[in-house]
Design a protein around this ligand. Sequence first.
Ligand SMILES: [Zn+2]
Length: 494
Amino acid sequence: MRTNRRRFFGQTGVLAGTALGLPGIGRAADGPTAEPHAKPRHIIHMVADGMCWSTFSMGDTFSHLRRGRGLRWLDLYHEPQATVTTMDMRSLNSLVTDSAAASSSWGSGSRVVNGTLNVLPDGRELIPLCSLFREAGWKRGLVTTTEITHATPAGFAASIDSRGNAQMIARQYLDRRVDVLLGGGHKFFDAAKRSDKQDLYATYREAGYTVMRDAGELTAAPREGRWLGTFASSHLPFSIDRDHSTSLKRKVPTLADMTRRALERLGGEDHFLLQVEGGRVDHACHACDIASAVRELVAFDEALEVCLEYQRRVPETLIILTTDHGTGGPSLNGIGSAYGESSARFANLLKARRSFESMLPDLPKEPTAAAIGELIEDGTGYEVPDRKMAALLGFLDKQWQPLFDGMNGQEMQFGQLLGNHYGVTWTSGAHTSDYVPLLAYGPGAAKFRGFQRNTDVFRHYTTLAGIDYRNPEMPLMAECGPSAHEVETDVLPV
Ligand SMILES: [Zn+2]
């Protein structure tokens, strides 16, 4: 059946949609999506934050090892109706973007300076997608494994000159009535933790929100009204740590759990825009922790499965899969004679049990070789050879520094050390300038054909929603390098 359907739409679907100008008509319950030239009623924007191409490749390889199948994201490359392309994510002031400028470029259609959210350097505030879509009658949701106030969700809903002002972002979400907010970041809503001592939960409840604090409450939440769920004080735990902890598994929902519930809540609405962020791929890569990063990608892929399942039932759903930048530049290296050892080293990732984030606080103040060795072996399965341990101790004692300043950090040196175990090493613990993958699937996917500029995403979403609005833009800052491809990509009919 599947093959027949594919063939049918592969041959006729695009032509029919284009020539006849048909609207996005729903297909059979388990059928493929509506035509890529049609207009969606639902848009799901999925971001695997901080995932460069090599992390993508390694996530797929790890998925094969762990689950006996690759990433669903890559399966979609076979779908004739999927648009697969690449995007330039630079910010206004740098070839290397941060998450705030990246998400703002999608959220407002303007490039801004790193660290700012939908505010131009001259102070002009930009109107983000969540506000514009609210005016147009669309419900709006943000789901993430980071603090809900973090840069990527905030780029769709907040306008503020500092991404660090999470307390204000928490207030802006309320003022702008974002319908579904699920992630971490309890401390920015809690009266005991906020600097102004305001109980933001109470204010949200007064505004009609259901507030939830653990997985059980998420499951029990009524499928109506607005939702605020904060399932950790800061970010949600890494999947690798959650998977090895019974109490975390009981209390903290996965990205797939949150996505499923968000779709159950929003699914009855005529129109919605939902951002789903696998935000901790980025955090794992900042920490040069590949074992955590690949598991976060698999968790993201499980959330994608939930979205595809939804799309099968509601074909007027456009799914966008992308990332905002690379982080850490990890790669599996050729090791041994004829590179014959690389695969076995990579398979050592299956032995890892803990994130660096959970391991490093367990290091004694003045760590000994024995204590470090035990910690690393317990968390990763790696028996550190004496010679490597001596080098690590030299770094921890500050007797020596790495030649590249960007590698000067405890996690980064752990990451390089574990490169001997996993075969994977890093360029730094910072973001990188890579062009990123983008896949569009469903009605409206045709808009994304050709090399994309980050700001095109805003243009496509507003056009698909029938919103005629453009935010002001400013020219790239003079000192920040050449402009990348400034091509007109929106040349296909709607
Ligand atoms: Zn990011």
